[in-house]
Design a protein around this ligand. Sequence first.
Ligand SMILES: Nc1ncnc2c1ncn2[C@@H]1O[C@H](COP(=O)(O)OP(=O)(O)O)[C@@H](O)[C@H]1O
Ligand SMILES: Cc1cn([C@H]2C[C@H](O)[C@@H](COP(=O)(O)O)O2)c(=O)[nH]c1=O
Length: 215
Amino acid sequence: MPELVFFSGTMDCGKSTLALQIEHNRSAQGLAGIIFTRDDRAGEGKLSSRLGLVTDAVEVEDGADLYAYVVDHLSRGGRADYVIADEAQFLAPEQIDQLARVVDDLGLDVFAFGITTDFRTKLFPGSQRLVELADRVEVLQVEALCWCGARATHNARTIGGEMVVEGAQVVVGDVNQSDTIGYEVLCRRHHRRRMTAATARAAALSPDVLPVTAI
Ligand SMILES: Nc1ncnc2c1ncn2[C@@H]1O[C@H](COP(=O)(O)OP(=O)(O)O)[C@@H](O)[C@H]1O
Ligand SMILES: Cc1cn([C@H]2C[C@H](O)[C@@H](COP(=O)(O)O)O2)c(=O)[nH]c1=O
C-alpha cells in the first residue's frame, strides 16, 4: 500500500541526508522520483544535506498545486514512482492535502521531511497537517544533542548565541551561526530556561557562581 510518511525531528538530525539516501536507493533500482523542496539553505531548487550532498529539486512556490504538478508530469509522459518533499514544514496545509491525494489517487509513496515545531515550540502549519494526515510519523534515529548531552527535542533561534523568543516564524538559517541569526537544538529543560551553549558557558564563568572559599 502506498503511504504518506512524515520523517520528523529537530534541525540537524539528518532528515535531508535520509531524503537523499531514499532518492539514491530508489533511483539506483531504476525508479524515478519527483523531489519537492522549499527554501533550502543551499538555494532555490536544491535539496542539500550538511554532509555535503545536494540534488536538484522542484522549488514549491506559494499556491502551487502539488497534486496537479504530479498529474501534469505524468500526462506529459514523465515518470514518477514516488515523491519526496523536504523542508515540508514550509508547505501550506493545502499542499500537504495535495500530497495525501498523490498517495490515495495516484498510488505513489510520498516521503515528507521536516521539523515539527518552530523556535517558540509551536507547530508549523504544514507539519501540523502532516501529523494529522500521515500514515506514519517517523522520528529519526540519529539523535541531535543538546549542549548538556541530553537528546535535543527543540529548536532555539539565537542572535549572538542568545536565545530569542520573538520574531517571524520563518527565517531560513543554520546551526552554528554565532554572529548572526542562527539556530541551536536544545533539550526541553534548557529550551524552557532559554539556556544555550553560550549562555551556559557565560554562567559557568560568572563570578556569581564561582565557589566561595572561606578566609
Ligand atoms: N562533518 C560531519 N561528519 C559526520 N557527520 C556529519 C558532519 N556534519 C554533519 N553531519 C551529520 O549530518 C547531520 C545533519 O544532516 P542534515 O541532513 O543536514 O540534517 P537536517 O536535514 O535534519 O537538518 C548531523 O546531525 C550529523 O549527524
Ligand atoms: C526552528 C526554525 C527553523 N526555521 C528554518 C531554519 C532552516 O532554514 C529550516 C530547517 O532546516 P533543517 O534542514 O531542518 O536544518 O527551518 C525557521 O524558519 N523557523 C524556525 O522557527
